[in-house]
Design a binder for this molecule. Structure first.
Ligand SMILES: C[S@@+](CC[C@H](N)C(=O)[O-])C[C@H]1O[C@@H](n2cnc3c(N)ncnc32)[C@H](O)[C@@H]1O
Length: 236
């Protein structure tokens, strides 16, 4: 889907986004984000950039592990999603090391080799050029730093997959579009985009093409989602 349509789609559902994530994933989404943080090896002084941050859920999961010496920046090109993330920071205790900024993941406004971790949760699938998006994430990651991708994937077990696809392609779009009132079929777009997205091995290969090494992936919840983590080489 073209970038301006993606932006419009998310700005229209921003108010309902967190509630529907929690409802439609049966509250698994927070656990997936915590596991992404764990897999990315962050420490109290880490500098983290979470791209396609939306309402900031993954950025704030990182912020929970980071002390005053480190920081988390969440970036997204959809202002309405970021407003909700910002509200969450304001409601938290003062000193939460997270802030948000409007930016396109394909042209990040940061110098090369800046962040210890560059992450994305359920966002890279929506970026109009996957390889360019990952290359840009890798560019701003520090040498020896990590790029972490949390994304929906296609379950491997055929029996589970057919049961899950019934839910994912029929029930989820109906409930999601009904509650959010999406006129762009946002919750029908979700399963369609997941079906077109590379499987775990193919995504690993794209990350390697983008210069990342030691790429590993971890399937979660019967393979509904996967966490990929790759390292930016120290030399090269
Ligand atoms: C499904 S939401 C994910 C939000 C959040 N990361 C999470 O874990 O729930 C996808 C987000 O990607 C953003 N997005 C898509 N393409 C983008 C791009 N090229 N640059 C910046 N943000 C983008 C959308 O605006 C949307 O907020």
């Amino acid at each position: 889907m073209q970038a301006h349509r993606i932006k419009n789609l998310f700005s229209a559902i921003a108010r309902y986004y967190d509630f529907l994530n929690s409802l439609l994933s049966l509250k698994r989404d927070k656990m997936w984000r915590r596991e992404t943080v764990k897999a990315s090896d962050v420490g109290p002084t880490s500098k983290v950039l979470d791209v396609c941050t939306g309402t900031g859920e993954l950025a704030l999961a990182y912020a929970d592990k980071i002390a005053a010496d480190g920081f988390v920046i969440g970036s997204d090109f959809c202002f309405e999603m970021l407003v909700i993330g910002n509200r969450k920071v304001e409601r938290r205790h003062a000193g939460t090391p997270a802030s948000f900024l409007t930016a396109d993941t394909l042209i990040l406004p940061f110098l090369d080799d800046t962040f210890d971790v560059v992450s994305v949760g359920f966002g890279i699938r929506n970026v109009s050029d996957l390889e360019m998006g990952i290359r840009e994430m890798a560019r701003v990651a520090a040498r020896g730093g990590r790029v972490a991708i949390l994304e929906f994937t296609q379950p491997v077990n055929p029996l589970f997959r057919s049961l899950y696809y019934f839910y994912f392609t029929k029930i989820l779009p109906f409930v999601g579009n009904l509650i959010s009132g999406s006129k762009d079929d946002a919750y029908g777009y979700l399963p369609r985009s997941v079906m077109k997205f590379p499987n775990c091995d193919a995504l690993k290969a794209v990350m390697e093409q983008c210069g990342l090494t030691d790429v590993r992936f971890y399937r979660k919840t019967f393979g509904i989602v996967a966490i990929h983590v790759g390292k930016k080489p120290i030399n090269g």
